[in-house]
Design a protein around this ligand. Structure first.
Ligand SMILES: [Zn+2]
Length: 135
């Protein structure tokens, strides 16, 4: 069963287009300089509407995670066990993602991670997942 593929919207399209080139992007507010995630029309901090898409470093730390031993939906049945995590990117964004390329039992909070582009969607976009940085 194929994975659910999120459809781009006019608002999120710059994010998805960047994933084709293994680039992680988010919006940044030109008024208060806060990074904005998920894609929005207005900055949630100052309500400014002057937002620019910028490239992120792609590094961060695991804030929290869960090892999924039963699939969250039938499409993930072949993937168990897999890790769903909240990753705090170094720019201050908290992103819901998967931790890949590692034994789920070795994942821990505060672990340093880097974006990984191994999950490709059918149309060439990629899902940004994360993998532990070598220690
Ligand atoms: Zn702002």
């Amino acid at each position: 069963m194929p994975r659910i593929e999120p459809a781009p919207t006019p608002l999120s399209e710059p994010f998805w287009e960047a994933t084709r080139a293994d680039t992680l992007k988010a919006q940044r507010c030109n008024s208060c300089q806060m990074f904005v995630w998920y894609p929005r029309d207005f900055c949630p901090e100052c309500l400014g509407a002057d937002l620019t898409w910028v490239q992120l470093q792609g590094t961060g730390s695991i804030y929290s995670f869960n090892v999924m031993r039963k699939p969250g939906n039938p499409m993930m049945g072949d993937e168990v066990p897999y890790v769903v995590a909240l990753v705090d990117l170094d720019e201050g964004i908290r992103m819901t993602t998967n931790i890949v390329g590692v034994d789920p039992e070795s994942v821990s909070c505060d672990q340093r991670v880097v974006v990984d582009w191994s999950v490709e969607l059918e149309d060439g976009r990629k899902l940004p997942t994360f993998t532990p940085l070598p220690t």
